[in-house]
Design a protein around this ligand. Structure first.
Ligand code: GRF
Length: 303
C-alpha cells in the first residue's frame, strides 16, 4: 500500500491522478477512482492511498560509458518527440522552502523558451511558503517532503523517489530547500541534482550557513568578493562538485542585506543559464570528476 500526498495542482499523468474540477477551486485534483481519497478543503490538500503500487516505470536514463576523456551526462535516449536539435525536452522538479524567487525565474525562463524543459512538480517542506503558493497559482503540482511529526502528510524518501519517477523527472533543482537530501534520492538521481548556494564555495558553506548568515559571515571575514555557486548534490551540505560560479564585489559599506540582494540577482541569471545547459545536455564530466559546461556558441569551449 502506497500513500501519497499532494497539494492541489495540475498533473498531466493520467496513471497518477485524474483531474477533478469543482466550482470553488478549479485547481483541485483528485486521484483516479480506484484510489481511496481524503482531502482537506481548508488546507487545499489532497491525500490518498492507492490499492497497489503502479508498476515502476523502468528508469530510462542511460549513461554513456566514459571511454573518452569526458562523459556526457545528458539523456542519451531520444523518444522521437519534443526534440530540439535532437535533444529531448526535460522534466524538472524544483525543491523550495521559502519565497522561491529562483524557482520563479526558472519557471518563467522555461515558459519563455530559454530552458528546454518544464517544471513538472514542486517539492517543499513548507506547505505555505511563497514557492508553493506560486506553484499552485501556476497549476504546478506541489508535493510535501519530508514526512515529519509536524507534517505527517509528507512523503517518505522512497515515496518521493517513486513520485518523481512517475512524474518522469529528469533533473532536480534545489532552490532554497533547507532540508538535507536523503541518500535514496541521491542514488536514484545520480549526477542529476543541483543546488544553488549564495557564496563562493567552498567558503561560507556547510551546515548552518544559510540565508543572511552567509552574507554576514562574508562581510565579517573581509572578503572582497562573493557570489553564487551552483553545485551537484551529495549526502552533505554544500560539498558536491562545483558546476558554476559567478562573482559579485563586496563593497566597503555593503550591509548583509545589500550583499544578499546583489547575489540573489546574480543567482537568477546563473541558475537559468545552468538549468538550460543541463536540459540541453551540455554538462561534461572531466576525468577527475569535475563537471564542466560546454558553451552553446562554441562547443569546444567550456566554462
Ligand atoms: C538563495 O539565496 C539560494 O542561494 C539559497 O536559498 C535562497 C533561496 O532564495 N540556497 P529564493 O527562495 O529562491 O528567493
Amino acid at each position: 500500500m502506497e500513500t501519497q500526498s499532494l497539494l492541489s495542482g495540475l498533473c498531466t499523468d493520467p496513471t497518477i491522478f485524474s483531474s477533478f474540477r469543482n466550482a470553488k477551486n478549479p485547481l483541485f485534483f483528485a486521484p483516479s477512482p480506484s484510489s481511496s481519497v481524503s482531502f482537506s478543503q481548508r488546507h487545499k490538500w489532497v491525500s490518498y492511498t492507492t490499492p497497489h503500487s503502479s508498476p515502476q516505470r523502468a528508469w530510462s536514463k542511460q549513461r554513456l560509458n566514459c571511454t573518452n576523456r569526458v562523459e556526457n551526462v545528458g539523456d542519451s535516449i531520444s523518444h522521437g518527440k519534443d526534440l530540439e536539435n535532437g535533444v529531448r525536452r526535460k522534466k524538472l522538479a524544483v525543491f523550495v522552502s521559502g519565497g522561491g524567487s529562483n524557482f520563479r525565474s526558472i519557471h518563467k525562463a522555461s515558459l519563455q523558451g530559454s530552458i528546454l524543459g518544464d517544471v513538472v512538480v514542486l517539492v517543499t517542506n513548507k506547505r505555505g511558503c511563497g514557492g508553493a503558493e506560486y506553484a499552485k497559482d501556476k497549476g504546478i503540482p506541489v508535493v510535501l517532503f519530508p514526512k515529519s511529526k509536524d507534517e505527517p502528510d509528507g512523503l517518505s524518501p522512497s515515496e518521493l523517489v517513486s513520485a518523481l519517477r512517475r512524474f518522469e523527472v529528469d533533473f532536480i533543482i534545489l532552490a532554497g530547500y533547507l532540508k538535507l537530501i536523503p541518500v535514496e534520492l541521491i542514488r536514484a538521481y545520480h549526477r542529476s541534482i543541483v543546488n544553488i548556494h549564495p557564496s563562493l564555495l567552498p567558503a561560507f558553506g556547510g551546515k548552518g550557513y544559510y540565508g543572511m548568515k552567509v552574507h554576514k559571515a562574508v562581510i565579517a571575514s573581509g572578503a572582497r568578493y562573493s557570489g553564487p555557486t551552483i553545485h551537484f548534490v551529495d549526502e552533505h551540505y554544500d560539498t558536491g562538485r562545483i558546476l558554476a560560479q559567478s562573482v559579485v564585489p563586496v563593497l566597503a559599506n555593503d550591509t548583509a542585506e545589500e550583499l544578499a540582494a546583489k547575489v540573489l540577482q546574480e543567482e537568477h541569471r546563473l541558475y537559468v543559464e545552468v538549468t538550460a545547459a543541463l536540459c540541453e545536455e551540455r554538462i561534461i564530466w572531466r576525468d577527475d570528476g569535475v563537471p564542466l559546461i560546454r558553451c552553446k556558441e562554441n562547443p569546444s569551449h567550456y566554462r
